[in-house]
Design a protein around this ligand. Structure first.
Ligand code: GN1
Ligand code: MG
Length: 408
């Protein structure tokens, strides 16, 4: 049983009508519970140990600690004794991913494909690809007694993950990394499960949006007139772009779909080693990976900046990321993909505004939040980013045209 549930289930009332043994049992539970409270990490580690024991890992477990700031899953670093590798343990969020085993199957097949490509190019597949660790039963994830799904991958050590691009070199390398990731998967032609329905499909998102605004479940829409009309003003433009995808004019490809900067591991020399967080790897458009990366690489502020004046799109970072990306991808993209590449940054940023705002309207059920109006702060920061992109779109298109000439 996990600490989470013992916190909920332990009952400390000691009504005087209980007999000695009933009282004794309650006191005993209280004592154990107190130990858990004074030493929560140990209690957590004990529970986690029991989870990790179900996986085929090498070496004895030394420690298990929470890691990172993902908005969706719970992530832990599992260190081991001696020369054995360390591991990443994740509790996958089953309310967001309705079919975790199929999602893990996507990840295992895609990473196996990447390993082959890396090996063929003379690279190190253990560092340049994620490795999924199966359970002792040979499954790709473990379902615990409470119905929670857990998965383990090998931890790649001596790497750096950034929250923002500090230099154009980092942005250039990041672009190269995403470009290479897409190139390595360009001949992956087996079907992948759609892990989250309509993930970057704005028509589908509008369906969810319309229901959220109509239902208004926590009565927040009353104060969101401006934000809601901001969404509506741009609805048609977004649908027009999406029609190109629906008609197949922008082709479907295997893509990552969550390319924010901290989902890429760099090595100590500043080169990209590996793209991580493959939960949403599925068929989409290449443009979404480009656009989603720009949303973080080229933002001069934070994704949830309270001061929206900090938030602009840096043309220097945009150009550097696009340069790296096109150095790998220009020859593989169609003219129509190249034409809409810059716009994809607006598309994904708009979608992100809609998703943060929709979560706020629904009472914060999707993204982890740190304070009560966090999703609204995120919404405003992404709106500011979008508006600056809107102003600079002609310049962004110009940069893509110049870079395309350079690589074609
Ligand atoms: C989530 O999993 P994570 O934290 O890398 C989200 C992305 C959003 C992002 C916003 C499965 O990414 O789509 O763009 O937050 N992932 C999922 O920062 O919804
Ligand atoms: Mg993720």
């Amino acid at each position: 049983m996990l600490l989470r549930s013992s916190l909920i289930k332990v009952n400390y009332d000691t009504p005087s009508t209980l007999n000695f043994w009933e009282n004794f049992e309650i006191l005993w539970k209280k004592r154990n519970f107190a130990t858990e409270l004074t030493n929560p990490i140990n209690a957590m580690e004990m529970d986690m140990n029991r989870i990790v024991e179900n996986f085929k890992i090498d070496g004895a477990i030394k420690s298990i600690k929470p890691l990172g700031e993902g908005f969706i899953n719970d992530t832990y670093l599992v260190t081991t004794e001696g020369a054995s590798p360390d591991y990443i343990l994740q509790r996958k969020n089953k309310s967001i991913f309705p079919d975790v085993p199929s999602m893990m199957d996507n990840i295992a097949r895609v990473t196996a494909h990447i390993r082959e490509r890396v090996r063929a190019q003379g690279g190190d597949p253990d560092r340049e690809a994620m490795t999924v660790v199966p359970t002792t039963e040979g499954q790709l994830c473990y379902k615990d007694g409470e119905g929670e799904y857990w998965a383990v991958t090998v931890f790649i050590d001596n790497t750096i993950a950034y929250d923002k691009a500090d230099t154009p070199e980092i942005a250039f390398k990041g672009g190269q990394g995403i470009g290479r990731f897409q190139s390595m998967l360009s001949d992956f032609n087996k079907p992948l499960t759609e892990t989250i329905k309509g993930f970057h499909n704005i028509r589908y998102r509008f369906g969810q949006w319309d229901r959220a605004v109509t239902d208004n479940p926590v009565s927040r829409c009353q104060n969101l007139g401006q934000e809601i009309s901001w969404i509506e003003t741009r609805r048609e433009e977004m649908i027009d772009f999406w029609k190109l995808v629906e008609r197949g004019e922008i082709p479907a490809r295997v893509t990552h779909n969550d390319t924010k900067i901290n989902n890429i591991l760099f090595d100590k020399n500043g080169d990209v080693l590996c793209v991580i967080d493959l939960d949403t790897v599925m068929t989409s458009t290449s443009l979404n990976d480009f656009g989603d990366a720009i949303r973080s690489y080229a933002n001069t502020g934070l994704e949830d900046d309270k001061n929206t004046e900090n938030v602009t799109i840096s043309m220097e970072m945009f150009e550097a990321f696009a340069d790296g990306y096109l150095s790998e991808r220009a020859s593989q993209l169609t003219p129509i993909e190249l034409k809409w590449l810059a716009f994809s940054a607006l598309y994904i940023t708009y979608e992100q505004v809609l998703r943060f705002l929709m979560d706020y309207i629904q009472g914060d059920t999707y993204y982890k939040i740190k304070y009560s109006d966090h999703n609204l702060v995120r919404t405003h920061a992404q709106m500011a980013l979008y508006e600056d992109m809107e102003r600079k779109l002609p310049q962004m298109n110009q940069i893509i045209q110049e870079l395309t000439k350079k690589y074609l």
